[in-house]
Design a protein around this ligand. Sequence first.
Ligand code: COA
Length: 158
Amino acid sequence: MSKPPYIRRCEPGEEASLFDVYFTAVHLVASRDYTAEQVQAWAPPDLDAELWKSKIREINPFVAELNGELVGYADVQSNGYIDHFFVSGKHPRRGIGSLLMKRILVEAASLGVSSLTSHVSRTAQPFFERFGFVIAEQRYPEVRGVVVPNALMYRSLS
Ligand SMILES: CC(C)(COP(=O)(O)OP(=O)(O)OC[C@H]1O[C@@H](n2cnc3c(N)ncnc32)[C@H](O)[C@@H]1OP(=O)(O)O)[C@@H](O)C(=O)NCCC(=O)NCCS
């Protein structure tokens, strides 16, 4: 019988597994809301491994582990900004994102931040809305030369 996912901090050496989570989240799930060109620019298969590793170390995310496999990850910074929030495209809609968000909310409380913010993809907006986030601004940032729209969302914690 499979155990529920376990949420813990990312450990050094797990960066490549998180790239797989990111890649499948974008290519298998977000691809419903973005064009093939946008998906390719957002998560290119040949993304520089050293840059990726240093990004993951910088954001120090929580990870969701299921039967020994990393199936999701998300961070919250000391200013309340959520930089990355991804669940593997091989494990969608099984409550893994919700477990990560609950851990982020606990962490935000212990950091003492008054609000959370994130630049949220079209795909993830219903999920963030379910957790009380509202859209502050529609954005049209360029990623590797391609416009990949998202929205600035926030949730007050006070
Ligand atoms: C958004 C994301 C993190 C959600 O993770 P998840 O583990 O599938 O989410 P959960 O199973 O905990 O979903 C909880 C609830 O959120 C809502 N939700 C989640 N994904 C949704 C979707 N694609 N469309 C509409 N509602 C959604 C639903 O209400 C869902 O409850 P239900 O399944 O009982 O209906 C995941 O789909 C993902 O990584 N997406 C692609 C990458 C991405 O856009 N990341 C965010 C970058 S800011």
